[in-house]
Design a protein around this ligand. Structure first.
Ligand code: NAP
Length: 454
């Protein structure tokens, strides 16, 4: 059985591992748009979270299986079509993530100095797509981060780390220079609903309180909740999160050089400024329970302007359509049957086409969540194989990985195999060792391809 997996982030790697483990006769070709594997583990996880990144050891083990091939620098839809993959392989699994930023959809969003956290995170992580983002912190005494998820917390923390703290990480060099030369004194994180609706998790919140040289400021008034507006069924972790917020609110500021201010019931309505952002107009919200029991936000008429030289919208990710595949534009995902079988427009499974990870269930959960998600998809694939629901590859299809490799190399020229990635990895680690850093990332496609020897 030959399976193509598109996307080499966590869900693609877990899907590959599960196919190889379950079917000793299976081969997996892992196709990746970038010259480098591991998706958000390389391009999304914050540089100061090396423990989270160490999950790549699991993926390296999967990649070491001789039945797996990595084909990097290949974009499905541009270099090879879904129709081709469907005819070359027994099954194709899409694990392409949700690379787009959800827009704020408010006036002023396009001003210089306003970026999505997706871009900003990609920029500090050396993602080639965001290498040239212009981040100007010279006039950014205060940064406003919009959103109350873990990405908002990541960027707030990254903005407050000192040069020494950043230099011990694998942050991209260009970002290290800009962040450590900046003048950020205050990061304001805006949650449009209340503290009990925050999407960030307790360990990430606790980490803010442990940062050197940073006061975490919470207005106790913004934590007050009427009894009928309390969430029912908050789990222990979420209850602890609320307690931590109260502890922060009670903590006297130490007069630290930097502050992270966590605001609640505060929603942006407009970014203000000439050509560059100068501030955010923020409306005060009140909470209201909807008919479905969900606590939502309703705007009041109280508006304030928070001056800021940089605004980052961390309001979630969205998927992008893939040529030749159906797409649920409303949810930003590939439509599927609940188990990962992609559904055609007529609601029937598209034979041999599957989806896993964020493009299947939306951008939620931690890295490990993708393991269960990918296994569910692969189990559906294996059940279909058992039941004879997979069409065999076309008679003229490349029948083995070498033939696919030759075909793809013909098309893209600079095809990056796993050996190519190992050469990039070694180059980055060696450069890092020379400076006492984990690695110095190469962040331009050209440099990456050169290091891969292609
Ligand atoms: P998220 O957890 O979905 O949070 C998005 C936040 O944006 C929510 O607070 C949401 O508020 C808010 N929001 C959405 N639209 C808004 C708008 N128009 N105006 C103001 N606020 C708006 O998304 P994320 O932070 O991008 O994280 C994605 C996933 O990655 C999450 O599962 C996260 O836990 C995970 N992650 C984990 C880590 C870690 O473990 N350290 C680090 C980074 C990311 P509402 O609730 O009101 O919609």
């Amino acid at each position: 059985m030959r399976v193509a997996i598109v996307g080499s982030g966590p869900s693609g790697c877990y899907a590959a591992g599960h196919v190889l483990k379950a079917r000793p006769d299976a081969e997996v070709d892992l196709l990746e748009r970038l010259p480098t594997p591991w998706g958000l583990v390389r391009g999304g996880v914050a540089p100061d979270h090396p423990k989270i990144k160490s999950v790549t050891r699991v993926y390296e083990k999967t990649a070491a299986d001789p039945r797996l091939r990595f084909f990097g620098n290949v974009e499905v839809g541009r270099d090879v079509t879904h129709e081709e993959l469907a005819s070359w392989y027994d099954a194709v699994v899409y694990a392409v993530g949700t690379a787009g930023a959800r827009p704020l959809a408010i006036p002023g969003e396009d001003l210089a100095g306003s970026h999505s956290a997706t871009e900003f995170v990609g920029w500090y992580n050396g993602h080639p797509d965001h290498r040239d983002l212009e981040v100007d912190l010279r006039r950014a005494d205060r940064v406003v981060v919009i959103g109350n998820g873990n990405v908002a917390i990541d960027v707030a923390r990254m903005l407050c780390l000192s040069r020494d703290e950043l230099a011990g990480t694998d942050i991209a060099d260009h970002a290290l220079d800009v962040l450590s030369a900046g003048t950020v004194r205050e990061v304001v994180v805006l949650g449009r609903r209340g503290p009990e609706q925050a999407a960030f998790t307790t360990p990430e919140l606790l980490e803010l309180g442990e940062l050197d040289g940073v006061d975490v400021i919470v207005d106790p008034g913004e934590l007050e909740l009427a009894d009928d507006l309390r969430e029912t069924g908050l789990d222990a972790a979420a209850q602890r999160r609320t307690e931590v917020l109260h502890e922060y609110a009670a903590r006297p500021p130490r007069g630290a050089a930097k502050r992270i201010v966590l605001r609640f019931c505060a929603a942006p309505v407009r970014l203000v400024g000439g050509s560059h952002v100068e501030g955010v107009e923020v409306v005060r919200n009140t909470l209201r329970r909807g008919a479905d029991g969900r606590i939502g936000a309703v705007a009041t008429d109280q508006v304030e302007t928070i001056d800021a030289g940089l605004v980052l919208a961390a309001v979630g990710y969205t998927g992008r359509p893939l040529a030749g595949l159906p797409f649920d534009a409303h949810r930003g995902r590939l439509p599927h049957d609940g188990h990962g079988r992609i559904l055609a427009a007529d609601g029937r499974p598209l034979a041999g086409a599957y989806v896993a990870g964020w493009i299947k269930r939306g951008p939620s959960g931690v890295i490990g969540t993708n393991k269960k998600c990918a296994q569910e998809t692969v189990d559906a694939l294996l059940a279909d194989a058992e039941a004879g629901r997979l069409a065999p590859p076309a008679a003229d299809a490349p029948r083995h990985a070498e033939a696919v490799q030759a075909l793809l190399r013909e098309r893209v020229g600079a095809l990056v195999t796993y050996a190519g990635w190992e050469a990039i990895d070694a180059r980055e680690r060696d450069a890092g060792a020379a400076q006492g850093r984990p690695r110095i990332k190469l962040s331009r496609r050209r440099e990456l391809l050169q290091a891969a020897g292609v």
